[in-house]
Design a protein around this ligand. Structure first.
Ligand SMILES: Cc1cc2nc3c(=O)[nH]c(=O)nc-3n(C[C@H](O)[C@H](O)[C@H](O)COP(=O)(O)O)c2cc1C
Length: 370
């Protein structure tokens, strides 16, 4: 009798363990977003370029761009998607224009990787116009594919994990900043680094207490593989640096209902503390406050980020200070830089660099071909 009882207990425990393992496997396995790159009448090469272009950094991964591809004229008209703006953290659309700048740079870099030459012409921003720029492209006869450049695009991603605190060599810093104007480097331990670290933590703590901030962030967080695979935008567990069992536990315990609660806010503050405690420096990208300058700041951010990728330096933008007074109004003076601060980038080394997980929309969702 007792033996039978022990056996039954053993079976129940085995079922529970097996069930738990299956659940952890199902919730922890990588999402398969599988972006559809098919566009009617468009070559595979052009589709690849357009897909690689979409792997640009952009705020909340909202991918707020609309594209019209004119095959005959060989150009792309890039416009803003005003239905994908972030009204709470970005009411002036500063980050929106920076993100479009990142997209423009990413596209031209992708064209370059396939040997194309490009030319960018900005739209007229004097009226209310959602058009941003026209990128003309041309494929020289001797065009050759640069696989290393493609690899750089595939590897670039926002790394939200803890980094090593090991110093970046001064020769690497000199190389990263070579020919780049308006980018500043603040090494851990310096007064300005401490100001950015403390300010970021204070701003994130303040933002996390605001219900409208929580609600907006909630809209862009993804809480299952299915949601990431269906929406193909926003921030999935993998994009937060969570994989395997940790990812499974995140998806099993977090959802759109509790993501606006105090516990989730406290966890986000905790994560931010781990991030700012574990890095070797901040880079700051500056520029003036006009639409063109924001777009240019975005282009500079994306170009600088590629250099970081080539040097195995992980990057995470931290925008809270730039989204919130008094930090946004004082930061330029405190750092003593000549133009306003447009991006704050946390930087450092990691053991396994990783790559972009490719949560990106289908090309036909935002590209029309004429
Ligand atoms: C203007 C701008 C602001 C951003 N702000 C933050 C931020 O405050 N925190 C963060 O973790 N990532 C931030 N990011 C990174 C985006 O979340 C990221 O680029 C996007 O989710 C796409 O992911 P990927 O860079 O890995 O391709 C920002 C990116 C841009 C362009």
């Amino acid at each position: 009798m007792i033996k039978r009882g022990i056996k039954a207990f053993g079976i129940v425990i085995a079922i529970i363990i097996l069930g738990g393992a299956v659940l952890l496997y199902l919730f922890g396995k990588p999402a398969n977003v599988n972006t559809d790159t098919e566009l009617d009448g468009v070559s595979d090469e052009m589709s690849s370029i357009l897909y690689y272009g979409s792997l640009a950094a952009n705020s909340h991964n909202s991918q707020s761009w609309i594209v019209q591809l004119d095959l005959q004229a060989q150009n792309l008209l890039i416009s803003l998607d005003e239905d994908r703006t972030l009204e709470v953290v970005d009411p002036e659309c500063r980050e929106l224009y920076i993100s479009i700048g990142c997209y423009i740079e990413s596209l031209t870099y992708a064209f370059g990787a396939y040997g194309y030459e490009t030319n960018i012409e900005y739209a007229d921003f004097s009226g209310m116009n959602s058009e941003i720029a026209t990128i003309s492209y041309c494929r020289p006869d001797n065009a050759i594919r640069n696989d290393q450049q493609i690899e750089t695009i595939e590897r670039r991603h926002t790394d939200k994990r803890a980094y090593k605190t090991e110093r970046i060599d001064s020769e690497v810093i000199t190389h990263l900043l070579d020919g780049m104007s308006g980018i500043y480097y603040y090494e851990a331990g310096t007064e300005n680094f401490e100001y950015l670290k403390t300010g970021t933590m204070e701003a994130i703590t303040e933002q996390s207490a605001e219900m409208d901030y929580r609600a907006e962030l909630n809209q862009w967080l993804r809480f299952s593989n299915k949601e990431a695979e269906q929406k193909k935008d926003g921030i999935s567990a993998e994009m937060m640096g969570l994989n395997g069992i940790v990812k499974a536990l995140y998806y099993l315990t977090t959802n759109h209902k509790n993501a606006e609660g105090d516990t989730f806010a406290a966890q986000s503050i905790d994560t931010a503390k781990k991030q700012t405690d574990n890095c070797s420096a901040f880079f700051v990208i500056t520029g003036n406050d006009t639409i063109i300058d924001w777009i240019e700041a975005g282009r500079k951010t994306q170009a600088f980020w590629y250099r970081c990728v080539e040097n195995n330096i992980s990057i995470q933008p931290l925008s809270a200070m730039l989204e919130l007074a008094p930090y946004s109004g004082e930061i330029q003076n405190v750092l003593g830089v000549t133009e306003n601060v447009q991006m704050i980038l946390r930087a450092g080394y990691v053991d396994d660099y990783g790559e972009n997980v490719g949560v990106r929309r289908d090309l036909k969702d935002y590209i029309t071909v004429i």
